[in-house]
Design a protein around this ligand. Structure first.
Ligand SMILES: [Zn+2]
Ligand SMILES: [Zn+2]
Length: 108
C-alpha cells in the first residue's frame, strides 16, 4: 500500500515520493523539492524538522579540505538530502561541529 505525506522540505505539498536520509529515517520530498535538490544541497533537521538549502557551488567553494571538497564535487550531479541530528535552531553552539561532521560523512 502506498502512503503519502506532506513534503518535509517545503511543507506545502502532499507527495508519495520519499527518500531515506538516514538509517531508517524517511522524509517525503515533492517533485519541486527534488528539482531544488539538483542545484542545492539540502539538510533536514531530524530534531525540529527545519530545512536548510544551500547552493552547491557556494558550499563547495567554501570547503577548504581538498578531500571533502572532492567528495562533494563528485556529488554535484546527484540529488542530496541529508538528515542532521540537530540544527542551529535546536543547538546554536553545536551546529558548527555538526556541519563539519556532515561534510566528513559524505560518501557517494
Ligand atoms: Zn516540497
Ligand atoms: Zn532543528
Amino acid at each position: 500500500m502506498e502512503t503519502a505525506g506532506k513534503c518535509n522540505i517545503c511543507k506545502e505539498v502532499y507527495t508519495k515520493r520519499s527518500v531515506e536520509v538516514d538509517e531508517g529515517e524517511v522524509v517525503y520530498v515533492c517533485e519541486d523539492c527534488i528539482e531544488t535538490a539538483k542545484d542545492n544541497f539540502i539538510w533536514i533537521c531530524m530534531c525540529c524538522g527545519k530545512t536548510y538549502i544551500r547552493p552547491k557551488g557556494l558550499v563547495i567553494a567554501r570547503i577548504k579540505d581538498l578531500e571533502i571538497k572532492r567528495a562533494y564535487m563528485l556529488c554535484e550531479d546527484m540529488q542530496i538530502i541529508q538528515g542532521i541530528d540537530m540544527c542551529v535552531a535546536c543547538s546554536p553552539e553545536r551546529i558548527l561541529d555538526i556541519m563539519e561532521a556532515q561534510y566528513e560523512a559524505v560518501e557517494c
